[in-house]
Design a binder for this molecule. Structure first.
Ligand SMILES: [Zn+2]
Ligand SMILES: [Zn+2]
Length: 137
């Protein structure tokens, strides 16, 4: 899976490329991911920053609290990425914005304690009440 993969936002203004394998892949049910996406959860694929490049315009940056940055397209609003100042070596990408999201399936569900009551959980994935990586604590 060392072939490059690309992705981008709904309108296409933001495009990116990853070249390495994901160092983590999660399905996050936390309240912040719900609000940031408008969906019931966000699937994240986490890459080494050195394996990642924006191909054109860079996204806007919304900081929801110190050191936490949500990256989104100013034209269409898609949340494409997430960065935490405490782990600058990583670039988290919303799996849903990858052109081939099936290549990066999540391997753990996190923040299950915050999930919406009617949202079903994946039958086969391990669960964590809180975070493994994206939202420590
Ligand atoms: Zn866009
Ligand atoms: Zn989350």
């Amino acid at each position: 899976m060392n072939e490059a993969a690309e992705g981008g936002c709904l309108c296409g203004r933001i495009r990116y490329r990853v070249t390495g394998e994901a160092v983590a892949a999660t399905l996050c049910h936390c309240g912040d991911c719900r609000k940031a996406s408008g969906g019931t959860n966000i699937a994240w694929a986490v890459f080494d920053r050195g394996d990642f490049a924006w191909l054109g315009d860079e996204p806007e940056d919304y900081s929801s609290s110190p050191g936490i940055h949500w990256l989104f397209c100013k034209d269409c609003g898609s949340t494409v990425g997430y960065r935490r100042s405490e782990r600058p070596q990583h670039m988290d990408i919303t799996t849903g914005t990858l052109d081939e999201p099936d290549r990066y399936p999540p391997d753990v569900e996190i923040w299950v304690k915050d999930k919406i009551g009617w949202e079903p959980l994946h039958p086969d994935l391990p669960k964590r009440e809180k975070s493994s990586l994206n939202e420590p604590g």
